[in-house]
Design a protein around this ligand. Structure first.
Ligand code: GDP
Length: 528
């Protein structure tokens, strides 16, 4: 088997998703520990402040180099190379999360055993369902009193509409937590706070019949467990690999991330069963990871990752072939050849210059404004990966400069920060205003702060009467011109040069749509 295929099949690229505080950061840290990246623990912690409040976010900026780098983490485990993509926790960054989920082959959902399925978990699940992303679930914080495990599975099944196949089952909970039973291997892993780091470090009984087990957990507890397991078998689904891979059945694990308990069974099962890189759709055909020619798409852009270097990095998922440092590749949108030199790889604790990368891997390309989210790179074929949309923002503000002489800087800052995709930047046809659109209100504060910090521009964002945006398309060039003339006051150009209708109200949008039946008003701009 060629090196490319062997390498490709070793890859497991996934995202961790959860409602804030369920334990995503803690679990990420533990997974990295298994990957041998122990020094990471601190930097993952630092990042979590990002979603809580603007002030935290700003303080965090100081640690930016580390925090952002670690949104993509690669580590080896057993025979696999695991690529873990973090998703931003704050609800305002939903779009970003959406795009991260286009770049993975599976997801891991963390649920707090006391809280069950929370609102953000539901939203994330909806996104996963759009692409039938296979999901595993980790029910966390077992060291605390929570809801009954059967009730939790019921809730996941009914609210998230996915079947559950428990792989481990808790023995007790809270102060009575004794361990987990592995339904497939039959092993019992004892819960010993302060230990449980690795298999060697844990007490494991080979089966429920092991005489030592009753001694350790008590005969009553063991009887209770046996009764419960009978119930579980009747009430849940057995693991079925095809159903899991089709996104219809979620293997479920129980544990306590902070105690590193129940994490290794999860990781072992994950590398054994989670999908290797999958085929990806383009406008013309499916691209298979086995193909020899390199291809990939950009799903995230981060400006000023390292304030010392003023760089902008485009994160590209490799979809096929083999990436080699310095290789010439074809940037499909511009139609130009681009030498991909000094691309970065994101090892758990650091970023390094990448020598080679395979399907499933994420590399960082230095971007000087020519690369946008959704762009495809290939070895010459005019491929264009689909499914990476730009959503219409729902909030709009006009940027007002404190120092009018800094107009150029402001434009540059807004344009560059918009490349990241969390905000969108519009220039009206008929005025000199600069309008920023966002999906969440926090983003205006973040942009104002970053403009000052990274571009030296002070500006405030003022309310304006724009309620929604629609990308305009029309097959008939004359009709389009007519539409443009008649509606110039409500039209603007976005950062990619596309024509956008900024509707002052929903009613106005509806009337305008009715008046111009030949014009299409798209709520998302598919990056292409
Ligand atoms: P995130 O918001 O999903 O990233 O959650 P964090 O990983 O930051 O965890 C939120 C809080 O829950 C922190 O205070 C953690 O220390 C705590 N936590 C995480 N895992 C566990 C666990 O297994 N048991 C208990 N008791 N607390 C936990």
């Amino acid at each position: 088997m060629s090196d490319h295929l062997t390498q490709m099949r070793r890859r497991r690229t996934f995202a961790i998703i959860s409602h804030p505080d369920a334990g995503k950061t803690t679990l990420t840290e533990k997974l990295l520990l298994f990957g041998g990246a122990i020094q990471m623990a601190g930097s993952v912690k630092g990042r979590k402040a990002a979603r809580h409040a603007t002030s935290d976010w700003m303080a965090l900026e100081k640690e930016r180099g580390i925090s952002v780098t670690s949104s993509v983490m690669q580590f080896p485990y057993e025979d696999c190379i695991v690529n873990l993509l973090d998703t931003p926790g704050h609800a305002d960054f939903g779009e970003d999360t959406y795009r991260v989920l286009t770049a993975v082959d599976s997801a891991l959902m963390v649920i707090d055993c006391a809280k069950g399925v929370e609102e953000r978990t539901i939203k994330l699940m909806e996104v996963c369902r759009l692409r039938d992303t296979p999901i595993m679930s980790f029910i966390n914080k077992l060291d605390r009193e929570g809801r009954s495990p059967i009730e939790l599975l019921d809730e996941v099944e009914s609210v998230l509409k996915i079947q559950c196949a428990p792989i481990t089952w808790p023995i007790g909970m809270g102060s009575r937590l004794k361990g987990v039973y592995h339904l497939i291997s039959g092993e019992v892993h004892l819960y010993e706070p302060g230990r449980n780091f690795t298999r060697q470090d844990s007490t494991i009984f080979a089966s429920l019949d092991d005489p030592g087990l009753a001694e350790r957990i008590g005969a009553d507890m063991l009887r209770e467990l046996r009764d419960e397991l009978e119930l579980v078998e009747g009430a849940s689904h057995p693991f079925d690999l095809d159903e899991y891979l089709a996104g219809r059945l979620a293997p479920v694990f129980f544990g306590s991330a902070v105690n590193n308990f129940g994490v290794q069974p999860l990781l072992d099962f994950f590398v054994a069963h989670a999908p290797a890189p999958q085929a990806r759709a383009t406008t013309t055909r499916q691209v298979q990871p086995e193909e020899e020619k390199m291809s990939g798409f950009v799903f995230k852009i981060q400006a000023n990752m390292d304030p010392m270097h003023r760089d902008r990095v485009a994160f590209m998922r490799i979809c096929s072939g083999r990436f080699e440092a310095g290789m010439k590749s074809f940037h499909v949108r511009s139609g130009k050849e681009m030498k991909l030199a000094n691309a970065l790889t994101f090892m758990a604790s650091d970023r390094e210059i990448v020598a080679e990368a395979y399907p499933g891997d994420v590399i960082g390309i230095h971007n000087h404004g020519t690369i946008s989210i959704g762009d495809t790179f290939s070895e010459g074929e005019a491929l264009s990966f689909t499914g990476i949309p730009n959503f219409a923002p729902e909030l709009f503000r006009r940027a007002r400069l404190k120092d009018p002489l800094k107009m150029k800087q402001l434009q540059k800052g807004l344009a560059q920060l918009s490349e990241e995709g969390a905000t969108q930047f519009f220039k009206p046809l008929m005025s000199n205003d600069l309008i920023l659109g966002a999906v969440g209100v926090l983003q205006f504060d973040v942009v104002a702060y970053r403009l000052k910090d990274e571009y030296g521009v002070e500006c405030v964002f003022e309310p304006i009467t724009v309620s929604t945006a629609r990308w305009i398309h029309c097959r008939d060039a004359r009709k389009l011109e007519e539409f443009r003339d008649k509606n110039a006051t409500n039209l603007a150009i976005d950062a990619a040069g596309e024509l956008v209708y900024l509707a002052p109200s929903r009613v106005n949008l509806q009337l305008t749509q009715e008046r111009w039946p030949d014009v299409q008003f798209a709520a998302t701009r598919e990056h292409a």
